[in-house]
Design a protein around this ligand. Structure first.
Ligand SMILES: [Zn+2]
Length: 305
């Protein structure tokens, strides 16, 4: 029953789940289960300096308390470095990836878009201060998003710039590891927040260049405290209260635009989730990139002037 759908939720353990990350988890879970799919959880702890020890366990506890039970083992990006490096080494030896010394300042001087400056410079692993880039001789293309509909690429960014695979500070880039991990885990459907809709065209170009078949994408609205400011640890979103899972799940469903019964209508989370799985409908999800949530979803307050 699982063959055609593998979905995933990929939180970063830099802070506990808040309402904004819970709604994303709920959407990917319901979309997977509604289609009789598998649902995986992956810890995106590639940016290790930002991760807080123990938060991964808090996240998993919150998912469990909300009945969001995952399939297979949770994988941690921090434990996958050898696999990422193998791929990089292969791409470099095939001359499909190369070392680049350009700084942010130099790229700004190119007009903000990297122009392939270091492609033929012949830098090697011993050159200091290098990033690794993937050669992309392609244009960015729009795509069909199963929730938001057709997503176009703005004309001025339609040429793909050579994607950074490893950053100058030595960290593997998100655009590399997200693609490699989704391929590694056989993910077929990526349901995630609209905050990532803009990087999707580039990730798809990376899929194409690496010769992988592309997954299906669906982006759901993100919860924001003000236009352009998504709920996040940085603006002091409060962690989800694990003592009120029914209420939290009802609020998540209403956030997406479903008319949903009150929490008192459900005996427990599994009854509620079964009902939610049955009524989940991509067409009913509000087609807007962000939804401003009421103040009580967050302890957010603006910085004093
Ligand atoms: Zn360069």
């Amino acid at each position: 029953m699982h063959e055609n759908y593998v979905g995933r939720f990929a939180p970063s353990p830099s802070g506990q789940l808040h309402f904004g990350s819970l709604v994303t988890a709920v959407a990917s879970y319901l979309d997977a289960r509604h289609h009789n799919g598998k649902w995986l959880v992956r810890m995106e702890d590639i940016d290790e300096p930002r991760c807080i020890s123990g938060v991964d366990k808090d996240i998993l506890t919150t998912l469990e308390k909300h009945g969001l039970c995952w399939d297979d083992e949770v994988i941690y990006q921090s434990q996958q470095h050898a696999r990422y490096q193998d791929k990089l080494d292969e791409l470099i030896s095939q001359q499909r990836a190369y070392f680049c010394t350009c700084t942010r300042k130099q790229i700004k001087a190119m007009g903000g878009q990297y122009n392939g400056h270091c492609r033929d410079k012949g830098y090697t692993v011993s050159t200091e201060g290098t990033a690794i880039r993937l050669k992309l001789d392609t244009s960015l293309e729009g795509f069909n998003d199963v929730i938001m509909g057709n997503v176009a690429v703005p004309l001025q960014t339609s040429r793909a710039e050579d994607a950074v695979l490893k950053r100058r500070d030595g960290l593997f880039s998100y655009n590399l590891v997200v693609v490699l991990d989704d391929v590694f885990q056989h993910v077929t459907h990526i349901i995630r927040g609209c905050d990532l809709i803009d990087v999707t065209a580039l990730q798809r170009a990376v899929y194409g260049e690496l010769g992988f078949s592309m997954p299906t994408y669906g982006h759901v609205p993100v919860a924001s405290v003000a236009p352009g400011r998504k709920l996040s640890k940085q603006n002091r979103a409060t962690p989800i209260n694990n003592l009120t899972p029914l209420e939290n799940l009802v609020r998540a469903m209403r956030f997406f635009g479903f008319s949903f019964p009150d929490a008192t209508a459900f005996e427990n989370v599994s009854v509620l989730l079964n009902y939610a799985i049955s009524v989940w409908d991509r067409k009913k999800v509000v087609k807007t990139p962000e939804i401003i949530v009421p103040q009580h979803e967050s302890t957010y307050y603006s910085e004093p002037l």
